[in-house]
Design a protein around this ligand. Structure first.
Ligand code: HEM
Length: 406
């Protein structure tokens, strides 16, 4: 492929069909060609090599706030508008980022998350109990409900509100991080976002009078050196947990099960050795990362691979490409749940390292073990699958699987 024909802009996202179906050969071509791809369409520099991605993500001086990107750039116009509307920790710089992160991070430590294991197991069991058909859509019936119900339970929302909560959450997430929602999608998404804000607003008032051991109470109670979260900050963090946590965890479970079904010897191995589940989930994260890209903005001239990038310019790290770099992972396109080198970039790194990583891991481990223990037979159904088209994410909207032997 000549240099000029390397994909650019939206063609390097799940909005374009080829990339959506299988981004890996395209990313491999880019990674082999040069360390940096200048993407003129989206005014950004794309990095695909593992060590470069790692270096950029861990460079704590780089900015995440899109309003610091050059005027007129895609990053500033699109993500910057999001920040004006609803400031999110994901896109904040110091000192604001550090302050918020310290105030909300306690419930997400490995020890705090581990205490939710019995509830997560119970959610997985309940969701599985509802599946009676021999053939079903894994996303709609299993991978989708699990994270939403888990977060609703962690927030101690009333069980009678769960269905409504899931609808608002799913609808609102569809427009988050999507630069080009359709008109109907945008109107529905904005209405759902407004409904969620009202809902959390009411819940916070009720909870203030009766604090408990839940996530919402933890945020109300959180205090560091006399500093506390305001009500609008708590609402904003709740929304971020939905946006950052639900679809990504659904995608991890969906992509992970797909990898197992496409590699039946790996599924058989996991059935025989369930103690491999932790490593298997790390390999699923490496092999088919739910988040494909993460961005930063240069705060100075950065020179990686002989291509200087100046202050205000946008850097996009391809987590998906980094995770398949043969310089780090032998035979990178092979899915191997016993692989020892699974230190992937799928949760990002540095200051913005995914806050929900331990929770996502635990949910995926319990979900996948629960599924394979429940069904002795599992295979992809001829009804097939359909990938979603959200830029920077990789996951399916539909994935039909069969549990019958014939
Ligand atoms: C498999 C599932 C998940 C994946 C692949 C994932 C991936 C990521 C990535 C790549 C980032 C860093 C972005 C950057 O470097 O700028 C991030 C940040 C974040 N994630 Fe996750 N995430 C997942 C699940 C979750 C869950 C379950 C939650 C919470 C319930 C969550 C909450 C967050 C938050 C709050 C941030 C922002 C952290 C900060 O800016 O300091 N994530 N996630």
């Amino acid at each position: 492929m000549p240099e000029s024909e390397l994909p650019q802009g939206m063609a390097l996202t799940a909005l374009e069909e080829n990339f959506r179906e299988d981004p890996y050969p395209i990313l491999a071509e880019i990674r082999t060609r040069a360390p940096v791809l200048e993407d003129r369409e989206l005014s950004r520099y794309v990095y695909t090599r593992h060590d470069d991605v790692k270096t950029i993500l861990r460079d704590s001086a780089l900015w995440s706030d899109p309003r610091k990107a050059n005027p007129g750039s895609f990053t500033r116009e699109f993500l910057g508008a999001d920040m004006e509307r609803e400031p999110s920790m994901l896109l904040m710089d110091e000192p604001d980022h550090n302050r918020l992160r310290r105030l909300v991070s306690k419930p997400f430590t490995p020890a705090a998350v581990a205490r939710w294991r019995p509830q997560i197991q119970a959610v997985v069991k309940r969701v599985l109990d509802d599946i009676e058909e021999p053939e079903f859509d894994l996303i709609d019936r299993f991978a989708g409900p699990i994270p939403t119900v888990v977060i609703a339970e962690m927030l101690w929302l009333d069980a009678s509100d769960h269905a409504q909560f899931k609808t608002w959450s799913d609808t609102s997430v569809k427009i988050a991080f999507n630069p080009m929602p359709g008109d109907a999608e945008r109107v529905a998404g904005e209405a759902a976002q407004a409904a969620l804000v009202d809902y959390f607003d009411r819940e916070i008032e009720v909870r203030r009078k009766n604090l408990g051991g839940d996530l919402l109470s933890a945020m109300i109670r959180a205090e560091e050196d006399g500093d506390r979260l305001t009500k609008s900050e708590i609402i904003s963090q709740c929304n971020l947990l939905l946006v950052a946590g639900n679809v990504t965890t659904t995608d991890l479970i969906g992509n992970g099960v797909k990898a197992l079904l496409e590699n039946p010897e790996q599924l058989a191995l996991l059935r025989t050795c369930p103690e491999l589940i932790d490593n298997a989930v790390e390999e699923m994260l490496r092999y088919d990362s739910p988040v494909t890209n993460s961005g930063r903005i240069a705060n100075r001239t950065i020179d990686i691979g002989g291509c200087p990038v100046h202050s205000g310019e946008s850097l996009s790290t391809s987590l998906a490409a980094a995770n398949r770099d043969p310089a780090v992972y032998p035979d990178p396109d092979r899915f191997d749940i016993k692989r020892q080198d699974t230190h992937h970039q799928s949760f990002g790194g540095g200051r913005h390292l995914c806050l929900g990583a331990h929770l996502a891991r635990l949910e995926a481990q319990e979900a996948i073990l629960g599924l394979i223990n429940r069904f002795e037979v599992l295979s992809a159904s001829p009804r097939g699958y359909r990938y979603a088209s959200a830029p920077s994410f990789r996951g399916m909207e539909e994935f039909w699987i069969s549990t019958s032997a014939d």
